[in-house]
Write a protein that binds this ligand. Sequence first.
Ligand SMILES: Cc1ncc(C[n+]2csc(CCOP(=O)(O)OP(=O)(O)O)c2C)c(N)n1
Ligand SMILES: [Mg+2]
Length: 887
Amino acid sequence: MDKKKYYQIENREWLDSLQYIIENEGPDRVNDLLGRLQAKAMKHGIRFSCPGNTPYINSIAPSSEVPFPGSQEIERKIKSLVRWNAMAMVVRANLESDGIGGHISTYASAATLLEIGFNHFFRGETEDQEADMIYFQGHASPGIYARSFLEGRLTEKDLINFRQELRKDGGLPSYPHPRLMPDYWQFPTVSMGLGPLNAIYQARFNKYLEDRGLKEISDQKVWAFTGDGEMDEPESLGAITVASREELDNLVFVVNCNLQRLDGPVRGNGKIIQELEAAFKGAGWRVIKVIWGKDWDPLLEKDKDGELIKVMEETPDGQYQKYVVTDGNYIRKDFFGRSDELLKMVENYSDEQLHKLRRGGHDPVKVYNAYKEAVAHKGSPVVILAQTIKGYGLGEAGEGRNITHQQKKLNHEELLHFRSRFGIPLSDEEARKAPFYKPSDNSEEMKYLMKRREALGGFQPFRNQEAEPITMPDDKVFEELLEGSGDREYATTMAIVQLMGKMMRDKNMGKRIVPIVPDESRTFGMDALFRQFGIYAHKGQIYEPVDRDSFLYYKEAKDGAILEEGITEAGCMASFTAAGTSYSTHKINMIPFFIYYSMFGFQRVGDFIWAAADARARGFLIGGTSGRTTLAGEGLQHQDGHSQLIAMSIPSLRAYDPAFAYEVAVIVKEGMKRMFINQEDLMYYITVLNEKYLMPPMPKGKGIEEGILKGMYKYRKTKKQKGEKVHLMGSGAILNEALKAAEILEKDYNVKADVWSVTSYKALYDNARETDRHNRLNPDKKTQRTYIESCFDGDEGLCVAAHDYVKAIPMTVCRWFPGVLTVLGTDGFGRSDNRKALREYFEVNDRYIAYTALHSLYLHNKVDKKTVVKAAKDLLIDSKKANPTEV
Ligand SMILES: Cc1ncc(C[n+]2csc(CCOP(=O)(O)OP(=O)(O)O)c2C)c(N)n1
Ligand SMILES: [Mg+2]
C-alpha cells in the first residue's frame, strides 16, 4: 500500500474514533483524551503545536444562536435616536464653543454594543437584585448621556451644556467623573488602561466581600467596555491573569475593535482581534469573537474549502479599514478577487450589497448571543472581541477615516446624510440645526425603552452615595500609641501596623479593615497579621505551607482579610479603589489600608491615585520606608523625597508626615471619623518610617491634637530666658535632628530655640491658600488669619524648616510665616549609605540645622559675622562638600 493511502486510512480511523467520543461522551471527555495524547507526544520530545488563535470567524456558530428576544425594529429606532442625540450634543457644543471637543465616532462604533446591553443585560438595582457595575469607554459618554436623555434622566439643557460645566445652570462633564456627577457616574475610565485594570480588581473585590461573608453571593456582573487602541496600555492587559486565576466569572470585557485609535489603525499590518484573542486565551479567559454580521453567514456557509476564511485571515486590519471608505467594486476586486471561487460566491451581489456587508459588532443578534453566552459562562472571565467601524454611519464625514476620532463638527450636508441614514423624523430645515430629538412618551420606542429598563431593575449608570457609617473603634485601640514607648525604641511603621492589628480585632468594625500589600508585609512587620487574619485566597489553602509549624505561618484562607496582591502597586491601588468605594458600590463602608514602599506610590501609580480621588474613594495610603535619608542603604531608586510633593496636587487628599506614634494615632483616628462616620470623600496619605527611636507620650497641653491635624504644633518650648530666638520646624525622623540642633544652639550659642513638629505642609498650605483667597475676595470683611499666623501669635521670629523631602514643599508656605523661613530638604538623587552619612550629604542633620539657624540670625543682624564663621568651623560645615543637587 502506498503511504498516501495508508495515511488516509489511518486518519479516518483516528477521526472516526474522535467522532464517536464527540457523539457519545461530549466535550470534557474529548478534552481529556486530547490532553493525554499531547502529554504522550511530549514525553517523546514531540512538540505539540498549540495555536493561540481560532480561525478569523465568529466564535458562536449561526446554528448555535438563539433568536433575538425583543423587537429588533424598535430597538433600531431607539438606537438611531441615541446616535442622533449623541452626535448633536458634540456638534452643537463645538458650534457654540469652538474647540470644546468631544467625540462622535467612538459611540458611533459602540452603539449596538451598548444598546444591546441597555435593553437586555445591564441590570439596575432593586430590593432583591444588585445592580451590575459598568465601566463605560470614557469617550463614548455622549451616547450614554443621550440615552439618559431619552430616559428622562437628563434634560435638554444638560445636553446643550455638554462640556460646558461652568455655565450658570450646570452642564455635563466630558467623561465619566463621579467627582463631578456623584449620583450618576460610578467609575472614572477615560485615562486609558485604568478602567480595564480597575474592573478586574473590582470583580475580584466583589468576590472577596462574598467570601468573607460581608455581602450576599449574587450573580452581579462587572462589565468593562474598552477600545482596541486602549488595549495597548500595559495596564489593560497587565492583570488579565489575575482575572482567570481568581476565576472571575462575574467579569465581562467588551473590546470595541473598530480597528482604529486616534491617529490611524491599531494594527494596520496585523490583526488586533487575533492578537488579543491569543493573549486572553493564553491567560485563561473565554474569548468570544464577534467579527462578522449575519450577511456573512451564507457566504461562510458556501465556503466549503475554507477559501473565504483564508482570505479573511490574510487580510490585515489596515485593508479592512480601507474597505470601509471604498466602494463595493473595490471590495469585489481586492478582497473576493483573490480567487475565482470567491468571485463566483459574490457574483449575484451588487456593489452596494458588498459595501454593506455588516460587521459583527453592528449586528444586534450576534452581539446579543455573545452577551448571553458571556453572562451564563462559569469558571473564568469572558472577553468579547467585537469588530466594528469607527464613525459608523458618518459617511463621508468620517466613517472609517483616519481623521474620524477628532471629527467634532458636521456641515449641513453631513447632518442631512446622518439624519436620513438613521431615519430621524426631522425636515431638512430642522435637521440642519441639529436639534435634540425625543419622541413623545406614548411612542412605541419610548414605551419599549422604559419597559426594558423597568424589567432590568432600573436605570444605568447610577451611583449610590449613602452607606451606614461605621462604629468607631474603641478608644483603647489608640491609647498605647498615645502613651509613648517608655524606653523601647520603635518606628512609626510599627506603630501603624500595631494600630491596624488592634482595629482589626475590634468586634464592631474590625471586619471592615482591608490591609493591602504588594509583597511587602515582612518589610513592614505585617507578617504578624497573617496567622490571625489570613491572606485572602478564593480557593483557600490547598497546599501545606512550608512554615506550617511556625506560629506566624503563611496562612491563606477563603475568608482571609489581607489582600496580598504580589508585586503590583497598580493592582493594589485598584483594590484600594474597589474597597474605598465600597460604601457606594455595595453600601458597605470598607476601610482600605494600602501599605507600600512610598517611592513606588505617587510616582509609579499616580494616575490610579488621581482616579481613586475622582471615584471618591476613601481610605488610607500608607507610604512606608519613606524619607530620602531615613530609608538607609537602598539608594536612588528607593529613597523617596518627593511623594509628599506630588500628594499636594490631589485636592481630596490629606497628607501627613508624622514623627511620633501618638501623631500617627491622632491622624488615623481623625481619618476614620471623617471618612467613615462623617462620610467625607477624602483619602489620607501617611508616610511612615523604618527608623527606630523612643516614642514620647503625647504632650499634655491644649491644642496638640488640633495642631497635629492642622499641620503643626509646638513640641518643645525653650526654657532659656535670654538670647536670640529661633523656631526650628522638623518633620518625620528629621524632627529628632531639629531637637538635637536646639540643644546645640542653646548650649553652645546662647540662642533660644523652640521646636515645632510639622506634621503636614499640605494641611498648612491648604489652609493658608484658602484663607488668602477668602481675604482677597472679601476686602470688606474682617481679615482672617492663617493657621500658621495664629500659631506664632506674639512669638514671631526666624524659622528654619528641615525635613526629609524636597525643599519645594515647605517653600509653598514660606510667605505665610511671620518671620523668615529658611528651608533644608533633600533635593537630589539618593545614595546608598547609612542615615548618618545621608543626612550629612543632604545637609539635614542637627549640625546643619543649627548652623542654618545661626546663619539666618547673622543675615538679620542678630549675631555677628565672626560668630557665624566660627560656627561653620566648629560645626564642621564644609563649603566644598559635594552638592547633592548636582546631576
Ligand atoms: C492614558 C491616555 N492616553 C491617551 C489618551 C488620549 N486618547 C483618547 S481616545 C484615544 C484613542 C482611543 O482609541 P481606542 O481605544 O481604539 O478607542 P476608540 O475611540 O477607537 O473606540 C486616545 C489616544 C487617553 N485618554 N488616555
Ligand atoms: Mg479603536
